[in-house]
Structure formats: structure tokens, C-alpha cells
Design a binder for this molecule. Sequence first.
Ligand code: GLU
Ligand code: ASP
Length: 497
Amino acid sequence: MSNFDRDKVVASVPQKGFFGHPKGLFTLFFTEFWERFSYYGMRAILVFYMYYEVTEGGLGIDKQTALAIMSIYGSLVYMSGIIGGWLADRMFGTSKAIFYGGILIMLGHIVLAIPGSVIMFFISMVLIVLGTGLLKPNVSSVVGEIYSEKDNRRDAGFSIFYMGINLGAFISPLIVGTVGLEIDFHLGFGIAAIGMFLGLVVFILTKKKNLGLAGTIVANPLSPAEKKKVFTGFGLGALIITIFLALTIPAGYFTFNTFIALVGILGFLIPTIYFIVMYRSPKTTAVERSRIIAYIPLFIASVMFWAIQEQGSTILANYADERTQLNFAGLSISPTWFQSLNPLFIILLAPVFAWLWVKLGDRQPSVPKKFSLGLLFAGLSFMVILLPAYLGGSDTLVNPLWLVLSYFIVVLGELCLSPVGLSATTKLAPAAFSAQTMSLWFLSNAAAQALNAQIVRFYRPETEMLYFGTIGGIAIGLSILLFVLSPKIQGFMKGVN
Ligand code: GLU
Ligand code: ASP
């Protein structure tokens, strides 16, 4: 989008009306609140739905496979953001992308709500992957659009938006998780579908009034010639993939393990191509190029961070289910409730961190240093969770407070890295790639979970100390390296902070 367009969009959004922020933030906040409610509610029960026996209402998939599917799923959900960002940037604008995405997500949860087979599960997965790809990066990038470039409410706007994400993520494991595990998995998925429906209602009813032109302008529209090329390319690609799968799956060449490996490769190949294309585009200026360079180490740190954070809903969910005392202090705890801890701590601590950064003013750590801190805490959260096995062995049930502590520590890191990363991304983005750069941020999470799909299969209670220790140790090592490099990286950011 040109500067002129940016100004026109900002002028069309009522600049007050939601806690001193543009009214559009209300619409984005609640749309994303409900979308995350449905996503995290579904994920809180999905892992158990997969590996619980058929007699317990589950699919009876083997546990290691179920954990790998959770990671593959998470990876694809964020990987598809590049398609969503691209479609918004080049074909129909962010607002329509959000709407279509919401519809697909809702349908995905409806499919899961109907008692069915593994096939139904995979159909819903495709719908939710594509839908989230359309919705998630685009709703975040509109947050960046409703403030002028110089508006100093922008960072606070992202923090409020981040609260919306986490409020949704906090409430849903308690509702969807409890209903799903105590009553029926499908009823739980049904509630997730209703959540997404409510998000769509908020979006449709309030977008015109609150968002003005935001999300309606196609930043870098395809020329008719390009359109033709793209459609032919898509068609051919789909045809080749279909033929390939039709030949290789029945012959036993394309197995689940091949698929995991493929996602692992794509998780790293796609961001690499992305960086190269953005860097070489004639639409990218010299200053923007330097900022892309600065973004690369931040991206790598982010991958390592999310690899640990996202294991909170796979490995640690399994840990909650099987390694933790669930009758504690007179309470009978549902293993799904642990999924509410991360977002709960985010909600409680985000204001503290916001206050801290303001208080520190110019003395606050630079963006790369904050990323380094994020990684440090992530590493420590895994070091903490190896302690119960060290102290008590891996065959006695563990006090749930250990898990609470681990979730708490990772959140200290998340607050140094995630809201900062989201906001820094919109500032480091080359203008021609604005919606797509948001997808790039999510690609760090996609790469992280692609990596997780390869490693979660090695998790066994008997070797958990080695597992947590190795991953935690690597994160701490990378954190130190990033800290040392941060002044250099800051230089490449050309004034962005
Ligand atoms: N917990 C974050 C969310 O759902 C993860 C996505 C990310 O920022 O990578 O928004
Ligand atoms: N903190 C995560 C995110 O920002 C939510 C979660 O992991 O539940 O959305």
C-alpha cells in the first residue's frame, strides 16, 4: 500500500471509541477473541480425542502419532497463512479474507462436532488449516492498518489485541475442555463452532462502521496477465499433487512419516524463499532490505521460542494427563485446564510488562535483547520441568505445581517476544508485502511446529530428562548468542525500535 492509501485508510477509521483506541480495534479484538476461543478450545481436547481409546470416545490413534499430528496440524495452520496473506495482498483484500476464513473455520469445527471417523477428522483439519490461514495473519495486519505510522498508541493497540487472543485462549479450555472431556468430545467441538459463529457475527455487524476502508484495499493487485499465470499454475500444481498422491499412497511410498518429513522441510524452505523474494523484489527499498536482514536472526529465535511454547499443548498436555496428580488439594483437575494457564498468565502479566517497558523508557532492552530474554525463559521452562523426574523419578505422579511453574516461566519469555514481534513485524515490513509479512511472523511458529513434529516422537516418560534438558539447553545457548549479536542487529533495523 502506498503512503497515500495508508493515510486514507487511517482517516476512514473512527480514531476513538475503544479504550482510547480506534473503534476498529473493537471489531478486530472480538473477531480474534472468538476465533482463538474456537481454535484453542478445539486443541485442548483434540490431542486427547486422538489418543483416547474408542471406548472412551476417542479415535484410538497411537500416542506418539497423535502428538506428531498435533504439531503437523499447528504447523500447517500457520503455514497456510502465506496463502491467506497472499490472497489478501494480491486478490481480495484482508477484510474478505477474514470473512471467508471464519466461514471455513466454523465449518471445520462443525465437521468435528459430528461423530465420525478419522476421515472426518482430516476433512475438518483441511478446513481449519485453510480458514485460519485466511483469517489469522489478516486480522492481525489490519490492527497495524488502523493506526498512522507515527501513532504512539500502536504498540498498546497490539497489546490490547494480544489480550483478546489470550482471553479467548483462556476461557475456551475451561468450557470446551470440560464439556469435551466430561461429557462428549463432539459436544466440545460444537461449542468451538458456536464460538467462531459469534466471531463472524461481530465482524459482519460492526466492520463497516468501525473499520472504514481498513482491509478493503488490495495492496499489490495482480495484473490480468499475472492472474492468468497464477490460475494456470494453481491448476497444474493441484493436478500434479493429486496424481502424485493417487500413485504413491496406494503403493505405500507416501506414508505418514514421509508426510511429517515433508512438512519439516517445507517449514524451513518456505520462509527461506520468502526472505529471498522480499529481499530481491524491485518494490523493496534499500532501508527495507536492511530491515529484512535484521529480521532473520529474530525469526530464528522466534522459531526456537515457539518450538518450546507450542509443546505446552502437546508434550505438556500429555504430561498433564499421564504424569501429573489430577486429584490435588481436594480438587479433581481436568488435564485440559492446564491449557488455560499460559493465556491466564499472559493476561495477568501483560499489563505488568507494559508498565515495565514504559517505566524503563529509553533504558528498556532493544527488540533483539527482548527476543534473547524470551528464549532464555523458554529454555528455563523446560529445565524446570525436568526437575520432578530428577527428584522423584519418572514413575511417580508429579505435583501439578511443577507444570504451573513451567507454564509461568514460558510466559515471562512470551511477553518479551510475542507482542514485541507482532508489532516489530508490521514496522519492519516492506510496504509492498505488508499483509504477507504478518504471515512471515506466523511462519516462525509454523517452522517451530514443523520441527516439533520431528522431535515430539522421541518423548517418553523414561527419557524425559534428556528430552527437556537438550531442548532447553539449546534454547539457552541461542539466547546467549542473540544477546551478543543484538547491537549489530539493532543497527540493521535502521531506526525501528
Ligand atoms: N499464541 C499465539 C496466538 O495464537 C501464537 C501465534 C504466534 O504469535 O506465533 O496468537
Ligand atoms: N499465548 C498463546 C497466544 O498468544 C495462547 C496459548 O498458547 O494458549 O495465543
